[in-house]
Design a protein around this ligand. Sequence first.
Ligand code: C5P
Length: 220
Amino acid sequence: MEQYNIAIDGPSSAGKSTIAKKVAARLGTTYLDTGAMYRALTLSALRKGADLESEPAILAVLDESEIHLTQVEGHQTVFLNDEDVTETIRSTDVTKNVSVVSSHEKVRAEMVRRQQRFAEKGGIVMDGRDIGTVVLPNADLKIYLVASAEERALRRYHESVAKGMTVSLEQLTEDMKARDHYDMNREASPLRKADDAVELDTTHLSIDAVVETVLNLIKK
Ligand code: C5P
C-alpha cells in the first residue's frame, strides 16, 4: 500500500487528534500526536520546578526526560521516564503551561528533529501546530482544521466532564483563547495555515464526515 504523510494543524480543540487517529486507522499507518510530546515535557518541567520561561532550563529538562509515545491497538500511550502519563498530561495545570514551554526555539528544534525521525519510517498522520509549515513541509496532504471558538470550547467542556473533571465553560473558553493567541503569536514557528494546506471548518460537521473528506482529498 502506498505510504502517505499527512499533516493536520489547527487551533486547540478543532478535532485534530480525533480526525488524525481515525484517518491513520483507515490508512493503516502510524499516528503521532505532537502536542502530547510538548505536554509530557511540560509535565516533567512542572514536576522539577523548572523556570518555564527559561529556554536553557527547559532544554535541560528535555535532556533529562525520557519521552516515549507508543501505540497499542490504535491508542496512543505516552510515557515519561517509564511512567504512563497519557491522562496526566491532559490536566489543567499542564494545559495552562504547555504554550510557554513549547515557545522556546531550541526546544522546538529538538522536538521537530524527533518528529521527523518518526516520519522517516514510512507513512504517518501527524497533528500539531507546525506540521505543515515546519515538520513535514513536503507532506502529501496538509489539512488546517478550524471550528468556531464556541464549538471548540463546548467540545473541550464535554470531554472534560466525561472524564470527571470539574470545569467551567467560561474559564475553559478563556484559557483556550489565551493558548491559541500565544501559539499564533510566538516567534518560533507560530501556528499558521501552510500556503498549500486545505482548510476545513468542522463546526457543523460530524467526525465521520471530516474523516471522509480527508480520505477523499488523499485520493485526489
Ligand atoms: O494539541 P495539544 O492541544 O495537545 O497541544 C498542546 C500545546 O502544545 C499547544 O497549545 C502548543 O502550545 C504546543 N504544540 C506546539 N506544536 C505542536 C504541537 C503542540 O507548539 N506541533
